[in-house]
Design a protein around this ligand. Structure first.
Ligand code: GAR
Length: 209
């Protein structure tokens, strides 16, 4: 069984989707062993407690910079013997002292179709505001590995939704979460835990059977 550690910063609906999938037996070969929050009082922590999953809070504000914060997260991941790290609504860009220590072992969910609307400054609702500002007709979410560059690691799964004429950032966010994120994140996590993702020339290939 692989140890899955989930990093969160806020509401934790993606964490909830992972917990629900786990309870339905859909995460094969892995188990959520710990949740780490970058924010005290994040609602995601209540979700972890309700599911009986141990949680640790490492507030970003307690650390001087990105490097010392990433080192603290790395130490916690090492302690937890993490086989897979899932960034589920985690709003902090991690330093390479962590990403290089866990190559192809950190998965992120980004609420747009990478390479659109991604990189530094694109997180949460801002991503959807930018997509609507541009006037794109489809958007979606991407599940990808995390490397040294923000939102630039190998893509595992992507899914799209149509954008309506009267779409708002809030309705688009909800539409993408419901139709893509909450389905594809648990799927990617299970694929990883079942060793069904291979890396070749920096790209991820999924064995969908
Ligand atoms: C989700 O839409 C997630 O994709 C996004 O923030 C939301 C958090 O939801 N993540 C990012 O923007 C990371 N760059 P949640 O806390 O309810 O899972």
């Amino acid at each position: 069984m692989k140890n899955i550690v989930v990093l969160v910063s806020g509401g934790g609906t993606n964490l909830q989707a992972l917990i629900d999938a786990q309870e339905r037996g859909e995460i094969k070969g892995g188990k959520i062993s710990c949740v780490i929050s970058s924010k005290e009082g994040a609602y995601a922590l209540e979700r972890a407690a309700k599911a009986g999953i141990p949680a640790v809070t490492l507030p970003r504000k307690d650390y001087a910079d990105k490097v010392s914060y990433s080192m603290a997260i790395k130490e916690e991941l090492d302690r937890q013997k993490a086989d897979l790290v899932v960034l589920a609504g985690f709003m902090i860009i991690l330093d390479e002292c962590l990403t290089k220590a866990y190559p192809y072992k950190i998965i992120n969910v980004h609420p747009a179709l990478i390479p659109s609307f991604c990189g530094e400054g694109f997180y949460g609702l801002k991503v959807h505001e930018k997509a609507l500002e541009y006037g794109v007709k489809v958007s979606g979410a991407t599940i990808h590995f995390v490397n040294e560059e923000a939102d630039a690691g190998a893509i595992i799964l992507q899914g799209a939704v149509d954008i309506a004429n009267d779409e708002t950032p809030e309705t688009l966010q909800r539409k993408i979460m419901e139709n893509v994120e909450w389905k594809l994140l648990p799927k990617a996590v299970s694929l990883f835990c079942e060793d069904r993702i291979t890396i070749k020339d920096g790209k991820a290939y999924v064995d969908l059977k």
